[in-house]
Design a protein around this ligand. Structure first.
Ligand code: ADP
Ligand code: ZN
Length: 712
């Protein structure tokens, strides 16, 4: 029997060796220890926070198999693939497996050959599965996406309700429920339905500081706004664009494709085969954009989604938070960008009014929509509003949302609002926005004349604003609840109680100004800028290398290494396996399998950023001046020859030593190499030159010659 302390050390060791990470994040360490010592837990952690480790590591520390309940089959396969890459014994059971495959997994379970088993809830609940589990040594049950038990939530899954059985049948086995979305009522529901009354609750911050929240007003040219956004800020990067209807999904995907982007549609109306194909391309290829209805995404585990766009208003803040949360799981900068307009507000209000749900349910829905509209319309920091919804408090405005970056201007719209409201009143509270705006602008058409609205006092009193601006005013009046939308579904507007004080002139009304579309802005807060990275040729080479390896094995690229790991390679340019091992995300197994391939790539690209000679390079320089050969220096310093060449190339480029003192090449040899450099178009890449010279000269020699050419 091991002591808890020993186990905690073991967990730390696994984190380092298997996953290649130095430290636990947030409350991971506490959660792991709690589970290892037999406790139940409810873990609330934002997407990308690192929930998986909370159950994977205990399953590796303690004897037996950990059972992971996961609602989505596609996700399961990817997670198991990623675990296998790290050398962890994992498998899944779901309906995609053949009878033989299922038997294979069951055999391995009985032999104690698995550390982790992923299983769909309906599969887990089958009597045969439960019977099998009863005969095994179980470390834990992890219930992922636990908010799926909530009937109020947007991802309700009836199968999840039955999971309370686990507590009854396996009272000794620790259970942990995990979710990224849970406001207070949902939390309560999870605890009740999964019988987690004795569980310790771990609430980790909901903030996703690397996500920049931006909400723009629809200016009548959404498609162009979208295209500009992608091209300006996210060219060749992966993203998701959410639309409400299937038709809109098809339209937008086609439009983006016609503009030369890899955009693929995804919705329930497409054949399952095609959907799967699109999803696979999104996961496995670089820079694919998925245009989708909300049918896409739950359990999309792709860490390098750089942007999530909403072309419609989500129904609630939870939905918005969860959907935008699919961006930037790797912690690198990402954008959540939404365009919304008058039509969205009317549609959602209408849907709600006409909903057949009970009064209580309706009220909940209305509150959720109000909160969502508040997020869009208010003029305080988006992140503060968002977090407040999850009972979390952010003291300062975040500095990384559109409101913080470009505070909206407000204006005294009291008089304008009075005109709009009284126009609603004078026309009998049954017309929609388009009609009302026509009346305000003094347009005559057949309907207006027919109803005699060209003779009322509000006819033509609104020419201080144009049609678009009036639309913005009405949207804000509806969003703030001064106007309500009729239940009959024709879009007619009514005055609410809230409009009275404004109409009577007792309350001033400040509205936001229409924001003109803006140009690119520099990034703040989140630090690293992905678009700076993409200029470096090594970045592309590292991605190519990763893609090749991923293709060979038929797994998504990120399963080999995350972007964050590649970025670190780019920055630190490790030269040895030992140095590579220090990069986050490079565990023992991956080092063994891929280390060499990536080092080779890195060595192909001299770091042009470094000009001055660093200490270690200075030492090589000293030795060569002493008359040592490069081979001798390499042996003496226990470094690779290429590394020494690298040091010397740096010195040559800085003008600290002439090329001749390092290489002593014949004049015509040198001319030949120079010629090869001068006649190669691809700047920075050494490989084509190496090949053009029939691989006769090492990369080290080439680097030195290149350095001399740069030095002039
Ligand atoms: P979640 O399930 O909470 O959305 P994941 O478990 O998928 O998040 O983790 C998100 C990313 O963070 C993964 O790439 C994971 O490997 C990485 N990660 C998790 N824990 C750590 C840690 N302690 N240090 C560094 N990276 C971590
Ligand atoms: Zn902010």
């Amino acid at each position: 029997m091991q002591t808890p302390l020993l186990k905690a050390q073991q967990a730390q060791e696994i984190l380092r060796k298997v996953y290649g990470y130095e430290q636990f994040r947030l409350q991971q360490a506490e959660i792991v220890e709690h589970i290892i010592s037999g406790g139940d837990a409810l873990v609330l952690m934002p997407t990308g926070g690192g929930k998986s480790l909370c159950y994977q590591i205990p399953a590796l520390v303690n004897e037996g198999v950990g059972i992971v309940v996961s609602p989505l089959i596609a996700l399961m396969e990817d997670q198991v693939a990623a675990l296998k890459q790290a050398g962890i014994r994992a498998a899944f059971l779901n309906s995609t497996l053949s009878v033989e495959e299922v038997r294979g997994v069951e055999d391995r379970l009985r032999q104690g050959e698995l550390d982790l088993l992923y299983v769909a809830p309906e599969r887990l609940m089958m009597p045969s599965t439960l019977n099998l589990l009863e005969r095994l040594q179980l470390v834990l049950f992890a219930i992922d996406e636990a908010h799926c038990v909530s009937q109020w939530g947007h991802d309700f899954r009836p199968e999840y309700i039955q999971l309370s059985v686990l507590h009854e049948r396996f009272p000794q086995v620790p259970r942990l429920a995990l979710t990224a979305t849970a406001d207070a009522p949902t939390r309560k529901e999870i605890v009740e339905r999964l019988a987690l009354e004795d569980a310790r609750i771990f609430v980790n911050g909901f903030d996703r500081p690397n996500i920049r929240y931006r909400i723009s007003e629809d200016q009548g040219n959404t498609r162009e706004q979208l295209l500009r956004f992608i091209l300006n800020e996210h060219e060749n990067e992966a993203g998701i664009v959410y639309c409400l209807s299937r038709k809109r999904v098809d339209d937008i995907a086609e439009w983006l494709s016609n503009k030369g982007l890899s955009a693929l549609p995804y919705h329930a109306g497409l054949p399952a085969e095609l959907r799967k194909q699109h999803q696979t391309r999104f996961l496995n290829e670089d820079g694919v954009i998925i245009v989708a209805t909300i049918a896409f995404g739950m359990g999309i585990d792709k860490p390098d989604v750089r942007f999530v766009v909403h072309l419609n208003l989500p129904k609630s803040i939870e939905a918005y938070y969860q959907e935008t949360g699919r961006a930037g799981r790797d912690g690198l900068p990402a954008d959540a960008w939404m365009v919304y307009g008058l039509r969205d507000v009317i549609t959602l209000r209408q849907m709600q009014e006409t909903s057949q749900a009970g009064e209580m349910h309706k009220r909940v829905e209305r509150q959720k929509l109000d909160a969502m509209l508040g997020l869009c319309e208010l003029t305080s920091c988006r992140r503060q509003i968002l977090l407040r919804y999850f009972d979390e408090h952010l003291d300062e405005p975040c500095g990384n949302c559109d409101i913080c970056l470009q505070p909206p201007e407000t204006w005294d719209a009291t008089v304008v609002a009075q005109k709009a409201l009284s126009c609603v009143h004078r026309t009998g509270q049954r017309f929609g926005v388009a009609y009302l705006v026509d009346v305000l602008l003094g347009k005559t058409n057949q309907r207006i004349t027919q109803f005699g609205h060209d003779r009322i006092s509000t006819f033509g009193i609104g020419d201080e604003l144009d049609k678009n601006e009036w639309g913005g005013v009405f949207r804000q009046l509806i969003a703030r609840g001064l106007l309500t939308v009729d239940a009959e579904g024709y879009g007619g507007l009514h005055l609410s109680e809230l409009s009275r004080p404004v109409l009577r002139g007792e309350q001033q009304l400040m509205l936001r100004k229409l924001v003109k579309p803006q140009r690119k802005k520099p990034r703040s807060r989140a630090g690293k800028n992905m678009s700076g990275v993409s200029d470096d040729p090594l970045w592309d080479a590292l991605r190519d290398c990763r893609n090749t390896l991923a293709k060979q094995q038929g797994v998504p690229a990120y399963v080999i290494f995350h972007d964050a790991s590649l970025m670190e390679m780019l920055e630190r340019r490790p030269q040895t396996l030992e140095q590579l091992a220090r990069i986050a995300g490079v565990g023992e197994r991956k080092l063994e399998q891929y280390g060499k391939a990536f080092l080779d790539v890195i060595q192909e690209y001299p770091d042009s950023g470094v000009i001055s000679v660093t200490d270690t390079a200075a030492e090589s320089l000293r030795l060569i001046r002493e008359g040592k050969t490069i081979a001798e220096i390499a042996v003496k310093r226990d470094l690779k020859e290429t590394t020494i060449y690298g040091h010397l190339a740096t010195a040559i480029e800085a003008g600290d030593i002439p090329l001749n003192d390092v290489l002593g090449l014949e004049e015509n040899t040198l001319a030949e190499i120079r010629f090869a450099f001068e006649h190669n178009e691809e700047t920075g890449r050494l490989k084509p030159i190496y090949e053009a010279l029939n691989e006769e000269y090492s990369y080290g020699i080439l680097r030195c010659v290149q350095a001399a050419m740069k030095a002039g």
